[in-house]
Design a binder for this molecule. Structure first.
Ligand SMILES: [Zn+2]
Length: 106
């Protein structure tokens, strides 16, 4: 989904940049070059950039990998990458992202 959104945004930016520079746009509907106000191309570039930034911001918080985690049962801290699926090897329960653990327990 992220790649698709990024691709769409880049496509929009490239297309719009073309319009902004040349003032024309090849229309698939009319099968010919049509005149387009350059301002709409400039707007399109901005819209594309806004989409790119929004996608970046949206996925930033979601995809961040967990570095350290803590077991809510025994309180042991782990390197998350060393655990199998984030499970505490002692208690066999899911460990919690250390940052989130301290948000909750402070
Ligand atoms: Zn444990």
């Amino acid at each position: 989904m992220k790649k698709f959104l990024n691709f769409s945004a880049y496509f929009l930016i490239v297309t719009s940049a073309g319009i902004a520079i040349t003032g024309t746009h090849f229309s698939g509907t009319y099968s010919r070059w049509i005149e387009v106000p350059r301002s709409s191309g400039v707007n399109g570039v901005f819209v594309g950039l806004v989409i790119l930034l929004a996608v970046k911001k949206y996925y930033k918080g979601k995809k961040e990998p967990i570095e350290y985690s803590k077991c809510p049962n025994c309180g042991e801290s782990y390197f998350y990458s060393k655990l199998s699926k984030g499970i505490c090897p002692t208690c066999n329960v899911a460990t919690i992202d250390l940052n989130k653990y301290y948000e909750k327990h402070n």
